[in-house]
Design a protein around this ligand. Sequence first.
Ligand SMILES: CC(C)(COP(=O)(O)OP(=O)(O)OC[C@H]1O[C@@H](n2cnc3c(N)ncnc32)[C@H](O)[C@@H]1OP(=O)(O)O)[C@@H](O)C(=O)NCCC(=O)NCCS
Length: 169
Amino acid sequence: MNPQPTIRPARPDDLPALAGIERRAAALFAPEDLPPALRGETVPAPTLRQAQADGLLWVAEDGGRLAGFALAEWLDGRLHLAEMDVDPDHGRRGIGAALLAHMVEQAARLGCDAVTLTTFDHLPWNAPFYRRHGFADIAPAPASPLAARLCAEAEAGLSRRVALRRDLV
Ligand SMILES: CC(C)(COP(=O)(O)OP(=O)(O)OC[C@H]1O[C@@H](n2cnc3c(N)ncnc32)[C@H](O)[C@@H]1OP(=O)(O)O)[C@@H](O)C(=O)NCCC(=O)NCCS
């Protein structure tokens, strides 16, 4: 039997592997959802370093290998899931759900009233996945940081993006 994946805070020596996981996870998206120009884009190394130092980056180890990560940031006074990727070789084993649960736990520990994210509405491993894990669709207030995020994503060429929130109190 395979051991259960482990979720833990990222260490500095984990960081170089994360871009590869993100690129491999991007293979799940069709070109009409993730335009080819955005396909190779990964979280910049300074962002990963800062998040690791701030305790906002977690990794999943599966069978002794790094299999995925979740990166949060502060947005409008609460934790926002900025990025989550699982290597497809380790996909559909509950690692995404475990990373998400861990991030939500950390947000609760930090006193957040809710966590937020933006994602694709129509892909089964995006909004429907998060809705199954307690997130609900929200319409961000005009001029809010979350609305600005959706705007920036639309300008970058992404469509059918939605904002979701899970209340913690
Ligand atoms: C979203 C993601 C992190 C989930 O990781 P995971 O470890 O596979 O997650 P889980 O095993 O907990 O659950 C995955 C669920 O997503 C859905 N899903 C995943 N891959 C799918 C596919 N190819 N086709 C249909 N549904 C799929 C299923 O509902 C699946 O649950 P099931 O296997 O019980 O049916 C991973 O799919 C990923 O990295 N995707 C690409 C990047 C991405 O979309 N990140 C999130 C951005 S908001």
